[in-house]
Design a protein around this ligand. Structure first.
Ligand code: C2O
Length: 595
């Protein structure tokens, strides 16, 4: 097997099946080379390995003359909420790996394929031996004060960045893992006509847990420390909302030059409802809205697994796109907020193809992973899926010994078995149940009917599909009203925004409020706020023009109680568009029940 370096420097031959055929190849634009150097050469290595790695990475960001022509054409519409085939996804095909792209319409193509995978035998995953010490992940803002830990972490990251670029454990190869699984490199091994996507479905949480597991063990092995653990970005607590100090030193291997400079000053909290414009919201406002959003996406809106984990995704299904479960929607804004605000594709964090290039990506995902554990402690119907296909879905990763490992979803459902623990932290958002606006608080007391009969309102409502350009109000009939406690415990009431059509490489966002004043729609701290949609730019599998259709599911059972609308025949839903980079069309709104 030729090494990756030789494959890069020699023109790809038609017999090599790691790369697709390239019809024309230009050199990467100068600006691109410069950004990579500036952001990723913050470390000096004894050898010139880092330079070589960055140069190789840049060479691999090749411009393809044909752009989107590489992929098959044809519109490609999918309902991610229905699983067509009862079969587990058997990981990516080892024989097919395509150039990835941040945007099919753009000629920039990126080589995200791992080295030497074709024809290679993978080993089955082995749990760490119980005699291994535990790895305890701590909040990054507290770990920042532990000098010894920070030095260790920096040394491990530095060594990772200094590994030769063809080494699967190197920083560059590890960053590519995310790109390959997200931006169109891989196809399903059992259905090579279908792209593989690890976001926007029930695979989101387990895939990222696996990724962190191998990443962390590689770092630990590079400093011979079996206790080494990544920190977590504790953005669900007011003390941890800002980017932790250890990530801010431009000389440190934990730094990334492609972050939004407005968000670096100390104590600038991650704003889970950032509108991409406002930078001067008071801390308390952001904190309270964040808590309310975490409450919505972990508690009231996440009572059942389908809503929390996201749609089911099985072998033979087209790659899911957009939407995702509340666990994923909760995590999206940190990408957009952290990423470069003046980069073409939001690099690094603001685009899935480049997110793995920022060390903070892994720290952000540790918190997402931690919140998965926390969710299961909240009670009710909050369990992992036990679906056969889910449990047996597998992925491929290189481990700390550079062995290719096949790992299954069922291998990562118990963090204990992985030798993993999170330091306990208070969860202040647990008590942040939103409160109704004054108008609805009054209604709760009087229980008056809202808005009149469904038929009368439907006639004057907007027609679907509608292009969402302005605040739009729609009456949505409820199939059942006045549900008993027993009915509510048997099934949640879900508001579904269906047929959301957009372009995958564009930021698109809107919010949804219920029985609220359309001229003054509520924020997350009010019960009327049902949820929001945000698309982080990505590529939708093997679809040539990157339009996709998705849905948004919001559990409104508790919301309806809080606004006194349980006995109404219909609800008034208002869609509030937010600053987006591309158009969005809405196919319709309906109520569904989820058990
Ligand atoms: Cu794979 Cu935060 O994304």
């Amino acid at each position: 097997m030729a090494s990756l370096t030789s494959l890069i420097s020699s023109p790809p031959s038609s017999t090599n099946n790691i790369f697709p055929k390239r019809t024309s190849q230009l050199s990467a634009p100068i600006g691109r080379l410069q950004t990579l150097r500036k952001s990723q050469l913050a470390v000096t290595c004894k050898s010139s390995n880092v330079l070589a790695a960055a140069a190789a990475a840049s060479r691999r960001d090749v411009l393809l003359g044909l752009g989107a022509g590489l992929y098959g054409a044809g519109a490609f519409v999918t309902d991610p909420f229905s699983a067509a085939f009862a079969r587990p996804i058997d990981g990516p095909s080892q024989d097919v790996c395509k150039l990835a792209t941040p945007s099919p319409g753009n000629p920039l193509q990126i080589e995200c394929c791992p080295p030497a995978m074709a024809g290679r035998e993978s080993k089955p995953f082995q749990f760490p031996s119980p005699s291994e010490p535990k790895r305890i992940r701590r909040p990054a803002h507290l770990a920042s004060q532990d000098k010894e830990y920070v030095e260790k972490y920096k040394l491990a990251m530095k060594r990772m960045k200094c590994l030769p670029p063809e080494d699967p454990r190197s920083f560059f190869q590890q960053a590519k893992v995310h790109c390959a699984y997200c931006n169109g490199s891989y196809v399903q091994s059992s259905h090579t006509n279908l792209g593989l996507q690890i976001h926007f479905s029930w695979l989101f949480l387990p895939f990222h847990r696996m990724y962190l597991h191998f990443y962390e063990r590689i770092l630990g092995s590079l400093i011979q420390d079996p206790t080494f653990a990544l920190p977590f970005w504790n953005w669900d607590h007011e003390d941890g909302m800002a980017i932790a100090e250890m990530f801010k030193d431009p000389e440190s291997p934990l730094f990334d030059g492609l972050r939004n400079v407005h968000h670096l000053p100390s104590n600038k909290p991650l704003d889970l409802r950032w509108d991409r414009v406002t930078e001067d919201k008071p801390f308390e406002r952001i904190r309270d809205d964040n808590y309310a959003r975490v409450y919505e996406l972990m508690v009231s809106g996440a009572q059942r697994r389908l809503e929390f984990f996201g749609p089911k995704y099985r072998a033979g299904d087209p790659p899911p796109a957009g939407g995702g479960g509340t666990s994923e929607r909760l995590h999206n804004m940190a990408h957009l907020w952290t990423g470069g605000h003046n980069q073409q594709f939001g690099e690094d964090m603001g685009n899935f193809y480049s997110a793995g290039r920022d060390p903070i990506f892994y720290v952000h995902h540790c918190n997402v992973d931690r919140l998965w554990n926390v969710w299961k402690t909240i009670g009710g119907f909050r369990f992992d899926f036990d679906d056969y296909d889910y449990l047996n879905t597998s992925f491929l990763f290189y481990d700390e010994n550079s062995d290719l490992i096949k790992i299954k979803v069922k291998d990562v459902l118990d963090p204990q078995a992985l030798g993993l623990e999170y330091e306990d932290r208070p969860i202040p958002w647990r008590n942040s149940r939103p409160v109704p606006t004054a108008a609805n608080a009054a209604r709760t007391a009087t229980a008056a009917a809202f808005g009149g009969p469904a038929e009368a309102q439907a006639a004057v409502g907007p027609r679907f599909p509608l292009v969402l350009e302005k605040v739009t109000t729609v009456m949505v009939p409820r199939p059942k009203k006045g549900r008993t406690a027993k009915e509510k415990s048997a099934a949640s009431e879900i508001l579904v925004v269906e047929g959301i059509e957009l372009e995958g490489d564009k930021v698109v966002q809107f919010e949804v409020v219920i029985n609220d004043d359309p001229d003054n729609p509520s924020g997350p701290s009010n019960s009327e706020f049902a949820g929001s949609f945000l698309n982080i730019p990505h590529v939708h599998g093997n679809n040539g023009h990157n339009k996709f259709v998705t849905g948004l599911r919001m559990d409104i059972t508790e919301l309806l109680e809080d606004i006194g609308a349980e006995n109404d025949d219909q609800i008034q839903v208002t869609l509030v568009p937010k600053k987006s980079d591309g158009p969005v069309t809405i196919g319709g709104l309906k109520i569904e029940y989820s058990s």
